[in-house]
Design a protein. Sequence first.
Length: 346
Amino acid sequence: MLRIAQVAPNIFPVPPINHGGTERIIQELSAALRSLGHEVTLFAPTDSATNGPIIGSLPSLQALETQYGQVPPSIPAVLEAVQMEHLRRHLGSFDIVHCHGEFFHAALLGERRKHSLTTIHWRVDELDRQLFFAAFPDLPVAAISSAQESGIPEANRAGVVHHGIDGSRYTPQTAPGRYLAFIGRMTDQKRPDTAIRVAKAAGRSIRLAGTVDVGNPLYFEREVRPLLSTTAEYVGPVDDAAKNTLLGGAEALLFPIDWPEPFGLVMIEAMACGTPVIAWKRGSVAEIVEDGVTGFVVESEAEAVDALKRIGTIDRAGVRRRFEERFTSRHMAQRYVELYERLLAQ
């Protein structure tokens, strides 16, 4: 049995409400590790509601914004500083410390960096990460896809662990409707406008779900809202139950990303419902979607329209089966335990 600290970011609670893929994975990983017999303590905001012990004294940024409205831009730094103090006080209680946050933990861990693991849930090819990796070459970092790992320096690479989720939260449907689904932030990275154009060209209706990106709210107003219609409906944020219904009833999930996607959690959520994925060949997509088996990997709107003509050739039961073989939370936890044990043996 390992004593494991899981250190969550402070933006959303664990589990998240309608948004927050990182927090969802932390919840899934913690539960799966406990099912394997390990002792897991979660460092997280006080509005978290996951099973098991939680250490923290402040709520999430989301909760503070709900309570106070606009808050000072320094609040995330305050939340992380307080969380790092909690971690410092309990550092000797754990065999391995697994951090999912940003940067401060690397300095706090000091000599314990060799018995820690950092999972970065964002792109790693920009200047902030380059400076960070250069300053901490002894920090073991787990990539969430091979595509993401290619941007991590060799010195930091600890291995690749694909995300996994609890399949029991999703109900496979073998007889979908005639609509397409899009779930993601309303932002130019995810390109919901492209999804709407593809659906229209293919003669399909589409239902879009997700939050309007707080960092780019004008994108939704300028690029998405003018395209909405009776056949292109925006349903807003969705909880687990609504996501299950939306994905399970869809003929396919459109994933027209326009950035180096580090993983793309909604792809495996769709697969858990038996729903094939049509995704653009960027970032992790080609290693998550098996072309012709769990969906189609495309490079343009025209290719996506053509793929929809062949969507009936995908066996939805087979999509669910490949999810169970590759992307369950148990698979993810087992792979992380392998990395933990390797780090502790060094």
